[in-house]
Ligand binder design. Structure first.
Ligand SMILES: Cc1ncc(COP(=O)(O)O)c(C=O)c1O
Length: 550
């Protein structure tokens, strides 16, 4: 183990020793990135048909590590050649912690084995600054996934970090049985971002916490039990929420989903119905459509919901859950106007409407601060997490005075919910979104990125659809544009691994893992967007070459 640790550390030293000129001044990071990136590739990797993908799917072993000579660097730079990363002045610290090899061993032996790890050669990230991440070898990445749509305003954003440190020096913790300033200030700040009737806030620690609570609220308030969500939705993975999360990949073979029903996913690209005018996005599907006025797809999906209510629920229901755009499900957008009509049907059946803003909230969609606003609907309960705390564990449920009143029937308490640290962070995040114009930036950069990615759909057979709003973007990959059959997993992985080798981190989602997900910190620039498109294009060209050689 000691030998392995040394080899990892030596790579870093080698990089610093032989490339001092590159590790200085403005060109520093590009130089460091190219140098460290190349050093971190094995020569086998580089020879894998210039794809930068290790054909064995394994991290390079000691034998190849020994071949990391400067000569090798030059060669690999050419073979793994990707677009140049936008510049960054920040200098990461030298990494001195647990070695990559040891961490991998600990992970395989002692950390949740049902946890998937991104990439065949997983990255071990050590430091972050705004839209940038560095791995333990000093390689820089543009983070277009924000730790699963969580880092909203930028990694270690200085203003948010200062607020956290200041609070940490004053008071780390006290629960809400006492009064402390941070929770009251934050409740005031958050409330100001919401419609007037949504005025009671419950602070929790995660999106799962929030949705658990929202489901309970809906049932308590209505006195009914049935709750409906879309198939392909993800709302959390607690035993209580399985069912609401309607993807078999998350479901254990134990009893689940009592009182939960799912309705057809109104996916206008992959679903039964959808056309070229359905969705609220700068990019439409390439499916034909005969609609002249009202959207037929909307009516057909609505009819499916009416059927669920007609046949599968009690006469009165508790509520309906939906995201404005499905996140984990693969950036799925519904036909315009559908949610408004589903809300209406829900209320006719006595239910309340719950908007899950865990991914869509806090300005990410650009045009609006909340996903529900982009659908022109008014929910009764809103759940939040992820971007709310820029990566700090924080979640919230916001509802009306009337609904909150019904929850007083029993005590409700959450030890860490609304703790001083998370509330200080929450307030600072809201200030940054406002002061730095991040919602407008999501709109501008996001629209630019969407339109540029749409060109890739026209250029490549494997890109079936590009969609989204603001900085919530999906790119669905297909084996066949006509049938929309998902691109096989190994081809997805090759392309994905390649983007990572070129310094770009993007996510993956959709039921078949067929959608690349782009949901970065909202501080990214147009240069970052252009780099992203260039990297994805390069990876797609390489994929096309590989397929041609088969
Ligand atoms: C839309 C949505 N709701 C709820 C959750 C659950 O949030 P958490 O992982 O914080 O419990 C997630 C997580 O990805 C999510 O995307």
């Amino acid at each position: 183990m000691i030998v392995k640790m040394q080899s990892s550390y030596m790579r870093l030293r080698l990089c610093q020793r032989f490339l001092p000129g590159l590790i200085r001044g403005r060109s520093t990071d590009i130089g460091r990135n190219i140098a460290c990136r190349s050093l971190s590739l094995s020569s086998e990797n580089a020879q894998a048909s210039s794809s930068g993908v290790n054909t064995s799917g394994e991290r390079p072993q000691n034998e190849s590590t020994q071949r990391r000579t400067l000569h090798g660097v030059a060669k690999q730079q050419i073979l793994a050649d990707g677009p140049e990363l936008p510049t960054c002045d920040f200098q990461p610290n030298k990494y001195e912690g647990i070695s990559y090899e040891e961490a991998k061993q600990v992970r395989s032996e002692s950390i949740n084995p049902a946890l998937f790890t991104y990439y065949r050669n997983p990255v071990m990230l050590h430091q972050g600054k705004m839209q940038w991440l560095w791995d333990v070898e000093g390689k820089r990445y543009l983070d277009l996934f924000g730790g699963i749509v969580t880092v909203s305003v930028g990694h270690c954003h200085p203003y948010v970090t200062d607020a956290l440190v200041k609070q940490a020096h004053n008071l780390w913790h006290t629960t809400n049985i006492y009064m402390h300033p941070a929770i009251h200030q934050y409740a005031k700040d958050l409330r100001a971002k919401l419609p007037e009737h949504l005025n009671v806030i419950y602070f929790v620690n995660s999106g799962t916490d929030a949705n658990d609570m929202a489901m309970q609220m809906a049932r308590m308030h209505t006195g009914s039990y049935d709750v409906i969500s879309f198939r392909n939705a993800y709302h959390g993975a607690s035993p209580n929420l399985l069912g609401l999360t309607a993807m078999s990949s998350w479901i254990y073979p134990t009893p689940f989903g009592f009182g939960i029903r799912n309705t057809m996913n109104p996916d206008v690209y992959r679903g039964l119905w959808g056309g070229k005018n359905c969705r609220d996005s700068p990019v439409q599907t390439n499916r034909d459509c005969d609609c002249t006025g009202e959207c037929m797809a909307k009516d057909l999906y609505l009819e499916q919901y009416a059927d669920v209510l007609r046949y599968s629920t009690a006469k009165k229901i508790a509520g309906f859950f939906a995201e404005g755009i499905q996140g984990v499900g693969g950036t799925v957008q519904y036909p315009r106007g559908l949610l408004a009509e589903m809300y209406k049907l829900t209320r006719e059946k006595g239910g309340v409407c719950i908007s899950d803003e865990v991914q869509t909230g806090f300005g990410r969609l650009g045009s609006h601060f909340w996903g529900f606003e982009s659908h022109g609907v008014m929910p009764d309960i809103v759940t939040m997490a992820k971007g709310i705390g820029n990566g700090f564990p924080l979640g919230a449920v916001v509802t009306t005075t009337e609904i909150a009143a019904t929850m007083k029937e029993a005590l409700h308490f959450n030890t860490y919910g609304g703790n001083p640290l998370s509330c200080a962070v929450g307030s600072a995040v809201l200030e940054v979104i406002e002061n730095e114009g991040l919602q407008a930036n999501s709109e501008n950069v996001g629209t630019h990125l969407l339109l540029e990615l749409a060109k890739l759909r026209d250029e490549f057979e494997v890109v079936g659809d590009v969609r989204g709003k603001g900085l919530m973007i999906g790119m669905e990959m297909v084996a066949d544009k006509e049938t929309r059959a998902p691109l096989p997993a190994d081809e997805m992985l090759d392309i994905w691994e390649d983007t990572k080798e070129m310094g770009l981190l993007i996510g993956k989602g959709g039921f078949y893992g067929q959608v690349f997900r782009i949901k970065p910190p909202m501080c990214i620039t147009k240069d970052d967007a252009d780099f992203t498109v260039a990297v994805i294009r390069q990876a797609l060209l390489r994929h096309r070459d590989r397929q041609a050689k088969k």
